[in-house]
Design a protein around this ligand. Structure first.
Ligand code: GLY
Ligand code: MN
Ligand code: MN
Length: 436
């Protein structure tokens, strides 16, 4: 179900159009990273690099030179190496980069210093993302300096560096229909994992056993995690970035699971909160309904023409009203909102862009104004209320951390929720956990 070559070539053409014919773009693959001693983390290509190339080997560099005779798309890649390939598997090599991966020209990565200055010469602007891969930044500056030092020999160095990420990330913000299809799949797999976790959970089981259920479901659908899952029971449900996932699950506690997968480079990001024993207590249910109402209020604000912050404003309003209703805040709603009284219980924002990165790229503001929703944008909607032990709330509410998070695409008419395959209503969750 991966993307066809023409999706990548369309992206390259679009970027080159935006850059102009006097510019050139240079971008490196992600480096491999050591986990410990001689063991590496599983390799994950840089999102921008993959977005433009679909080429997933490390030690590669992509160059886009609009209008260049002999080819606009040049890849530098590892050479074939039969000995290394016995250990690590096949490499495309320069031939494969052209024949199988759509490059117009390809060279061994070892030739980069020799060839790149020539490609930069006579271009006015170099599109490059600064500050992500520091060693590569130095090399790009070095190539330009090489050209400057040869100016008297008639070589013309580029005069300007331009932010590649700025242009590219705006492209990535708008998902094509093929990207949306992958995001739907990623969402469905993650939803199944959450259903599985609800069915598995019971008092005496542990957070890590529940995590194992999630991972099993991801991997059996050829997906991986899109971030380390949060599986937090009881007091741990109130730790926003809880990662230990090592505690036993107790009767009467809630379990908050924030887990999503990455399928073919596209992330999902779901949170569900449910009772370990399958039945919400009255206090848990009361807070749950406050969060659910806030999520509904936020969903209603997602349609083309509305602005990025409208769902958050709606969630803040709804949570403040809800907390007043159940007695956790006292006062007039408009005043409480103004004072930010909700922040003691709801201390994060209501969502973020979603795509190849779980916290996806794209500006949230244009100048001083919030960005306006347009079809093809993808985001999460994730209000929460966290009542930690020691908070001002009555003790019977303590250790109640609830977040409900779903993934949404902006459509021409409004929005599509991608993650509805996992129950969200309290009654539905109880029914599922009862085996009904
Ligand atoms: N799992 C990260 C987030 O919800 O933003
Ligand atoms: Mn999220
Ligand atoms: Mn999340």
């Amino acid at each position: 179900m991966s993307l066809p070559q023409d999706e990548y070539s369309r992206r390259r053409r679009q970027l080159m159009r935006l850059m102009g014919r006097d510019a050139i773009a240079v971008l490196p693959a992600a480096p491999t990273r050591v986990r410990n001693n001689d063991v590496e983390y599983n390799y994950r290509q840089d999102s921008d690099f993959h977005y433009l190339t679909g080429f997933d080997e490390p030690e590669s560099v992509a160059v886009l030179a609009p209008g260049r005779e002999g080819g606009e798309y040049i890849l530098f890649v590892r050479e074939r190496n039969p000995e290394r390939e016995i250990w690590d598997g096949k490499r495309a090599g320069p031939d494969g980069a052209v024949k199988e991966h759509g490059a117009d020209e390809a060279y061994p990565i070892g030739k980069l210093d020799e060839i790149l200055p020539g490609l930069l010469a006579s271009r006015e602007r170099v599109y490059h993302t600064m500050g992500v891969y520091h060693d590569f930044d130095q090399r790009v500056v070095g190539w330009v300096n090489t050209l400057r030092s040869q100016a008297r020999a008639g070589r013309h160095p580029p005069q300007e560096f331009a932010a590649l990420d700025h242009v590219l990330h705006d492209m990535r913000l708008f998902k094509s229909s093929r990207e949306i299809a992958l995001m739907r799949r990623s969402a469905v797999i993650a939803a199944r994992a959450h259903v599985r976790a609800m069915q598995f959970c019971r008092p005496g089981r542990t957070e890590y056993e529940v995590m194992a259920e999630l991972l099993h479901e991801f991997h059996r659908h050829h997906a991986d995690i899109s971030y380390h899952p949060i599986v937090g029971g009881g007091a741990n449900s109130c730790v926003l970035h809880y990662r230990d996932n090592n505690a036993a699950l107790k009767d009467g506690d809630l379990l908050l699971i924030d887990a999503g997968c990455e399928f073919q480079f596209y992330a999902s990001d779901i949170t569900r909160t449910f009772p370990v024993n399958g039945r919400f207590s009255p206090e848990q249910r009361a807070v749950y309904e406050v969060v659910l109402a806030a999520q509904r209020a936020a969903f209603a604000e997602i349609y083309p023409g509305n602005h990025w912050n409208a769902p958050h404003d709606a969630a803040v309003r709804s949570i403040t009203q809800g907390l007043v209703k159940i007695g956790l805040l006292k006062g007039r709603v408009p005043q409480l909102i103004k004072e930010g009284a909700y922040r003691q219980y709801f201390m994060h924002r209501t969502g973020h862009w979603l795509g190849m990165d779980v916290h996806d790229v794209g500006d949230y503001k244009v100048g001083d104004e919030w960005r306006v929703f347009e079809p093809g944008m993808a985001l999460t909607v994730e209000p929460g209320v966290y009542i930690a032990a020691g908070s001002k709330a009555p003790k019977r509410f303590w250790n109640t951390g609830i977040r409900i998070e779903d993934d949404v695409i902006v459509t021409a008419k409004g929005h599509e929720v991608l993650t509805s395959d996992v129950p969200r209503e309290a009654d539905e969750i109880e029914r599922l956990m009862a085996g009904a």
